[in-house]
Write a protein that binds this ligand. Sequence first.
Ligand SMILES: Nc1ncnc2c1ncn2[C@@H]1O[C@H](COP(=O)(O)OP(=O)(O)OP(=O)(O)O)[C@@H](O)[C@H]1O
Ligand SMILES: [Mg+2]
Length: 314
Amino acid sequence: MEFQLDNIIGKSKALRDVLNLVKKVANTQATVLITGASGTGKELVALALHALSDRKDKLFLPVNCGALPETLLESLLFGHIKGSFTGAFANQEGLLEKAKGGTIFLDEIGEVAQHLQVKLLRALEAKEILPVGTTTPRHIDVRVLAATNRDLNQEVAAGRFREDLFYRLNVMEIHIPPLRERPEDIPALIDFFIKRHNPELKRNFQGIDADAVQLLMSLPWKGNVRELDNVIEHTMILAEGECITLKDLPAAVVASAAGQPVFTLKLNDALGQFEKQHIARVLKQTNQDRKEAAKLLDISLSSLYRKIDELGIE
Ligand SMILES: Nc1ncnc2c1ncn2[C@@H]1O[C@H](COP(=O)(O)OP(=O)(O)OP(=O)(O)O)[C@@H](O)[C@H]1O
Ligand SMILES: [Mg+2]
């Protein structure tokens, strides 16, 4: 089942920590609260938790709790019986029950109304639900994962989120840091998105050049990985040629970098970036003659080979 982690790209310490935690808690029954800003990959992590558990062959049901009015969400999660309210034309099984043996992913849990929070807590504790309009509890067998981009601690402090439910959900927290705190993930993400969009867009991009990568690595990425994906797709639609360069990047993106340079790289990563770029340029200059390049760089041929490998220079 490794493939479910293969589509979560990144080699930063922050992301590796997340993936290690995912592996550890996946095959348990623990409720997991996945936190992180919009577009950081919370749903991707939820899917991985399901796929790496022994519930993987059963349903994974994502529910966006923020998108539905309270009464609809209640009947969706808990079910209802025919005639229990206007419009309830037939019995409907709640998703908490329907997910039997599987996983339910309560996205945007911070948006759930107080009275539903009470019902949810009871469901989690008693492993039973009461469909709307009934008095007979129904047994449930579902792993609950939840996600939020709000600070639930703060919501609890403000009295908007029940403390007891918070503790129940927060048995295990997996926090995904924003992309600007792990810019070293950006090059691999870009390659991944290029490969993913090539067939969809019927294009054949081979990659992106170092200057463009460097600019993208300096941006604040308020929309995180989703925003990066969108920028790459947009760029691929408009760009000519087979390699994305600075001039292909959307004007607004370039302008935002020019307006406010953001230096988020750790010194080592910045040096690594520069090293990679410099070696690539020297190699180009020597027409890929590695011996000649090593001489110019004043390093041994074997260290040049090692660096080419380590830094992923093509
Ligand atoms: N590490 C990653 N590797 C590959 N793709 C990623 C990664 N992180 C996020 N993505 C992609 O970015 C997009 C947004 O991810 P996802 O929907 O999981 O974010 P989210 O945290 O649930 O966002 P929101 O809070 O807005 O719902 C998806 O297309 C997802 O596949
Ligand atoms: Mg999401």
